[in-house]
Design a protein around this ligand. Structure first.
Ligand SMILES: Nc1ncnc2c1ncn2[C@@H]1O[C@H](COP(=O)(O)OP(=O)(O)OP(=O)(O)O)[C@@H](O)[C@H]1O
Length: 194
């Protein structure tokens, strides 16, 4: 990001944001409600063109986004959720299901493989959304408030998953109010000081 700023009206939401992130890097976007964290994620995803500055992506072909509230298909199993992105990447079902089960295991969800999405707890559902995002093999993963709805132990499990994602070479940018999430990130960017 080079000198990026954005405004929806007269007052800039943020200005002059410059940073670079390498493969395997994890950055926390911090700031109070309304400071522009989601807007910044949308700019990074390419959904919004910033008013000022530019975003340059090298070797970023796939961008994943995990929303604050886990959106799954209630009557589909956890396994279905992780298998689908593999099928859309061209894998045969016979090859995709073992890979999906491996991903579920690594997110501590293996025992819930056949559970319907609607029966999962909030923390399990949020981890499943991260597992599904990983199955789509993103180069850049944007995560919005992953722990906002979670109790401390579910939040700790999600933070561990975020850590593992960066170990796998994914660039992770996470908008958060949660100090524990920002502590897990090597770097942070504080919004709300235009
Ligand atoms: N499309 C839009 N048009 C006009 N104003 C917008 C638009 N999107 C966001 N805003 C405004 O921009 C400001 C920043 O919103 P944004 O959702 O980026 O904040 P945030 O830091 O992610 O907040 P939260 O932590 O509450 O999710 C808010 O005042 C919001 O009302």
């Amino acid at each position: 990001m080079d000198g990026v700023g954005h405004t929806f009206g007269e007052t800039p939401l943020f200005r002059d944001v410059t940073f670079g992130l390498d493969r395997g890097g994890m950055l926390a976007l911090l700031g109070p409600s309304g400071s522009g964290k989601s807007t910044m994620l949308s700019i990074l995803a390419g959904f919004i063109t910033p008013t000022w500055g530019r975003v340059v992506r090298h070797d970023v072909h796939r961008v994943g986004w995990v929303f604050q509230n886990p959106h799954g298909v209630p009557r589909r199993t956890a396994l279905d959720h992780v298998t689908l992105p593999l099928l859309t990447r061209g894998m045969a079902r016979s090859a995709a299901e073992p890979v999906a089960n491996g991903i579920l295991d690594s997110f501590n969800l293996g025992h819930l493989s056949q559970s319907l999405f609607r029966s999962l707890s909030g923390g399990e559902a949020q981890r499943l959304m991260l597992a599904r995002a990983l199955a789509s093999a993103p180069d850049l993963l944007l995560v919005d408030e992953p722990t906002a709805q979670l109790d401390p132990s579910s939040a700790a499990a999600v933070i561990q998953v975020l850590d593992e994602l960066q170990d796998r070479g994914v660039m992770v940018i996470v908008a958060t109010h949660d100090d524990r999430v920002s502590e897990a990130c090597a770097r942070s960017l504080r919004m709300g000081q235009p």
